[in-house]
Design a protein. Sequence first.
Length: 183
Amino acid sequence: MNKKKEIIISSIIILICVVFIALFKRVEINGNGMAPNYNENDKWIINKLKYSFVNPKRGDVVMVKYHEEQEFKYISRIIGFPGEKIMIKLNKVFVNNIELDESYLPVGTLTKTVNSVKMKKINESEGKLVEAEDNKIINEGVEVLIPTNEYFVLGDNREHSYDSRSLGFVNEKDIIGTFFLKY
């Protein structure tokens, strides 16, 4: 192979790698907040640019940054959109007063309100979530309006998930990407 062809092939390979890094991110799931659909140690590729071209859809599974501590990232499912009213009542989720069909959840899954949590720094690189003082983001049977540019997200494993019930709404700028491919 001549030198010119080698340079062209090398340039194409580098370009493909740069595009892949810009569009996609490899992640490993830590925790079981989305089990059984997304399990601890599963490896996924997320699409970082999808929402630059299309709006999120209800049910999309996304990786988000916690607004108070950007290094803390978690995955959840988009449940409610800006301007919608969300309510948890009798262990079910209602959007604009209509019960949400959550066929992706295991039969018998109950959705309850929980106390809010805050990130407490342990040191420069570690933190832990601690329960806030008897404070709830959403109360049983009370409709809450989702603010402009914010989303309401929930984990599939409702008993073991940190999500909008405890962490608050997710700003659209804090959505890193959507889960795309398991490997």
